[in-house]
Design a protein around this ligand. Structure first.
Ligand SMILES: Cc1ncc(COP(=O)(O)O)c(C=O)c1O
Length: 355
């Protein structure tokens, strides 16, 4: 694969998120040449192609192209729950914490957040929190897992754990949804295939706008009935589209050309963790860096996360402070190895001047 930038030729090193990527010239070309039609009446050939491509990859009956990961998650909730139902999810889960309270707003559904590890749940966590359905309680309906985890730290579920949790959920009559915003990162890191994971769940949501580097778009996959309801939800949420093939073309391009390179992002994240481990004033567990997300803590005796990221920004390195001392850095398509080394140098410089 061609290098996208000369390793030392960069102005800004943006490690805030893998959502900051810009489409490559080749992706833009694919978008330019996309055949389009009216998707709301099922006539956009490129959207149809993308949906069929995803069904094949994930071995699911049906798929609906959505605007964002938030939309595809919430379409999954609406199509599988009724008002008064409850979602079970790990306490850091995106669907519960970072989607504007959408399960309550859009679907009349409450959320039960359970403590896990690294954003991941195991069957024992669920068993100890399980309440027998009773008139006091909302009706438990949907179990949601996230893989890889975001705020959980970019962690990757081992396959056996996914199986165990899904078996537990099935035995209690729950529907199972996977927030697979970064499912290809998970597959790359763990070595499982998309359909092996998807087979465990009723619905899977995946994002094109994260590691795959597209400007927008997500997909919700499931059985034909659920996705038919999902299409209705997408319409109600204002997300039914017209000539969306321009965006679907970017996603088709990314599925073909950007999946194999995710190993590079993971190697860059591991390298960043290794550099951080050698910097005084940083606490990190490099062994927990399993995909493209790196979390680290600043020594509480030193500067705050906000001050740290402000000083980094002055030196053209961008990261997010996600807690008083907690920082998140994410590697992606627009980050090369030279940028990782430079980010490390800047962090060491900034922390060397800490009070
Ligand atoms: C795990 C996870 N799920 C869902 C989303 C939502 O995606 P979007 O920003 O496209 O709505 C994100 C966004 O970062 C995410 O990290």
């Amino acid at each position: 694969m061609e290098a996208r930038a000369v390793e030392t030729d960069f102005e800004r090193i943006d490690l805030r998120s893998d959502t900051v990527t810009c489409p490559t010239p080749e992706m833009r070309q694919a978008m330019c040449e996309a055949e389009v039609g009216d998707d709301m009446v099922g006539e956009d050939p490129t959207v149809n192609l993308l949906e069929a491509y995803c069904c094949e990859l994930f071995q699911k009956e049906a798929a609906v192209f959505c605007c964002s990961g938030t939309q595809s998650n919430q379409v999954a909730v609406w199509s599988q729950c009724r008002p008064g139902d409850e979602i079970l999810i790990e306490q850091n889960g995106h669907l519960a914490n970072y989607e504007g309270g959408a399960p309550a707003v859009l679907s009349g559904v409450s959320v039960r957040c359970l403590p896990g590890r690294g954003g991941m749940l195991d069957s024992a966590d669920l068993e100890s929190a399980w309440r027998q359905p009773h008139q006091h309680f909302p009706t438990p309906k949907l179990l949601c897992l996230e893989n890889t985890t975001n705020i959980g730290g970019g962690r990757v579920y081992p396959f056996e754990q996914l199986q165990r949790v899904c078996e537990w959920g099935r035995a209690r009559g729950l529907r199972l949804h996977l927030d697979g915003a970064r499912i290809f990162n998970a597959c790359t890191a763990a070595g499982y295939l998309p359909h092996q994971v998807a087979n465990l769940f009723d619905t899977v949501s995946l994002c094109f706008s994260k590691g795959l580097g597209c400007p927008m778009g997500s997909m919700l996959l499931g059985d034909a009935d659920t996705i038919a309801r999902g299409r209705r939800a997408r319409k109600i949420f204002g997300g039914a589209l017209r000539q969306a093939g321009i965006m679907a073309a970017a996603a088709v391009y990314a599925l073909q050309h950007h999946r194999a390179r995710l190993v590079e992002d993971h190697a860059h994240a591991r390298r960043l963790a290794e550099i951080l481990q050698g910097i005084e004033g940083v606490r990190i567990q490099p062994e927990l860096v399993e995909s493209n997300i790196v979390f680290f803590e600043l020594d509480p005796a030193g500067m705050t996360g906000v001050e740290f990221t402000r000083q980094l920004q002055q030196k053209n390195v961008l990261m997010f402070a996600v807690g008083p001392q907690r920082i998140r850095a994410v590697t992606h398509l627009d980050i090369n190895s030279g940028m990782v080394e430079q980010a490390g140098r800047v962090i060491a410089e900034v922390l060397a001047r800490r009070p």
